[in-house]
Design a protein around this ligand. Structure first.
Ligand code: TRP
Length: 356
């Protein structure tokens, strides 16, 4: 088990996951967990870089639980993989601080992704907080804490994995080999929204969620955007860029039937209703086992929390070992560490007395 190479990836806990997440990242993660030892991070500290009001923070717990329930329901298996809460792994904070000395401010300030996140959060370029500038440094700490070899990410996060490699290289050159230089694995396709826009997104309201009930899925499918020029079913239709067919391509296991349907659509020999009826059925079939697993995990009170708790313990164990290596390599294990250890022992004793 410890022979397997490691993966770290994950998401900020912003809410429930949809078919776009499935196609873009989740299905890939499910596949990868047999070949790699996977660590999936609930990146709640990264949330704080753009959303840190008390209201934002109070929404995190529910969002994180919903997100993990979605992970589990698509087949991420806690017996194979580690799902953990970033903010509960204190080694992350320590590593991020140490890494802050291995990258320059201009290097970070030039990144388009930082500017993009600032823009999306309505933050002026000249009032970007230190924390947002340090987003990739914190991400490097996430990735290198389990000494991951591979990081599946979207295009928007590729530059952060590049920074991670630079930090790993700089650390290894300066202090000795501790970290692998992780490779990025660019994640899959983006799925268009039900409205035909290029990307399915919760904030645009064009998403079909993994947790949508059958009636909602059906309603969303029947309100989907199709070929706008096709005002009657005997008019030849366009399949390319038509989201109904894009979804069929992704989710219908019967490729021949989809091909036949496309032929008829192009020839003006099938109505939108029949195509949507097929898609609705296909999606219900696809979602059925996902719903079943969701019911299993949600049905036992405390189970999702227990999965996160166990994963967090595992991550802390691995992280503590990494930090031991880091401190040893950097030479911060001398007299100062003895002082630190004494202070920690003392604090623990006092806490125990207080509790007793
Ligand atoms: N930055 C990722 C996002 O856009 C979340 C994340 C945090 C992450 N740490 C990571 C992804 C480490 C991959 C590896 O939501």
């Amino acid at each position: 088990m410890s022979e397997r190479r490691r993966i770290l990836t994950g998401d900020r806990p912003t809410g429930r996951m949809h078919l776009g997440h499935y196609v873009g990242s989740l299905r890939n993660r499910v596949r990868l967990q047999d070949e790699y030892e996977c660590f999936f991070i609930i990146a709640d500290l990264h949330m704080l870089t753009t959303k840190n009001s008390p209201q934002d923070i109070s929404a995190v717990a529910d969002n994180a639980r919903g997100m993990v329930l979605d992970y589990l329901s698509v087949g991420i298996d806690p017996a194979k993989s580690t799902i953990f809460l970033q903010s509960a792994v204190h080694e992350t904070y320590e590593l991020a601080l140490l890494f802050g000395n291995l990258v320059t401010v201009p290097r970070l300030a030039r990144l388009p992704s930082i500017k993009e996140m600032a823009r999306a959060a309505l933050i002026d370029e000249d009032t970007i907080p230190f924390g947002l500038l340090g987003y990739p440094v914190l991400q490097a700490a996430d990735i290198l804490l389990p000494r991951a070899h591979l990081v599946p990410v979207g295009k928007d996060n590729q530059s952060h994995v590049e920074i991670t490699r630079e930090i790993a290289r700089r650390f290894n050159n300066l202090y000795g080999d501790v970290f692998p230089e992780p490779a990025d694995l660019v994640e899959g396709d983006t799925l268009p929204g039900t409205d035909g826009q290029a990307k399915m997104s919760k904030s645009i309201g064009n998403a079909i969620f993994l947790s949508d009930d059958p009636a909602t899925v059906r309603k969303k499918v029947f309100s989907m955007y199709t070929d706008p020029n096709r005002i009657r079913s005997d008019i030849p239709g366009t399949v390319e860029g038509n989201p109904v067919f894009t979804y069929l391509d992704h989710f219908d296991p019967n490729v021949a039937a989809v091909a036949e349907l496309k032929t008829r659509y192009r020839a003006g020999r099938v109505g939108d209703v029949e195509v949507k009826e097929r898609l609705a059925t296909v999606l219900q079939d696809f979602l059925a086992p996902i719903r079943e697993r969701a019911e299993y995990y949600a049905g036992q009170s405390g189970l999702v929390d227990e999965v996160i708790y166990q994963g967090t313990l595992r991550m802390r164990e691995v992280g503590a070992e990494t930090l031991r290596q880091v401190e040893k390599a950097m030479g911060i294990t001398g007299s100062f560490n003895r002082i630190a250890r004494k202070a920690e022992d003392r604090a623990k004793r006092l806490a125990a007395q207080g509790a007793g």
